[in-house]
Write a protein that binds this ligand. Structure first.
Ligand code: FES
Length: 107
């Protein structure tokens, strides 16, 4: 299982193992990672699973699709080039070592 490191807005890091096929949002909720809400359950319609990928991780994940692109317009924290919705990132062995930064707020 790939390791993913979540870094909160204070800089505290938590590394967890995430099963292949699991979304980053569900993994964060299961591991009680504070800072990801996932209010819509992963339907890509709430934008409360907003994360920032680190530079090395951006190229590892699948490109943004239209629905995610639209929802990124509704995130609470500032959108950056590295912004993604965690519910749209599906874990795979190629994502080993992913580093994900959490915004200070999702609402
Ligand atoms: Fe709602 Fe990701 S969980 S958009």
């Amino acid at each position: 299982m790939p390791d993913v490191t979540f870094v909160n807005s204070s800089g505290t890091a938590s590394t967890v193992e995430v099963p292949d096929g699991e979304t980053l949002m569900r993994a964060a909720l299961k591991e009680n990672i504070a800072g990801i809400l996932g209010e819509c359950g992963g339907a890509c319609c709430c934008a409360t699973c907003h994360v920032y990928l680190d530079d090395a991780s951006i190229s590892k994940v699948a490109p943004i699709r239209d629905m995610e692109e639209q929802m990124l317009g509704y995130v609470a924290a500032p959108r950056r080039d590295s912004s993604r919705l965690a519910c749209q990132i599906i874990m795979a062995p190629t994502l080993e070592g992913l580093i994900v930064h959490l915004p200070p707020s999702q609402l």
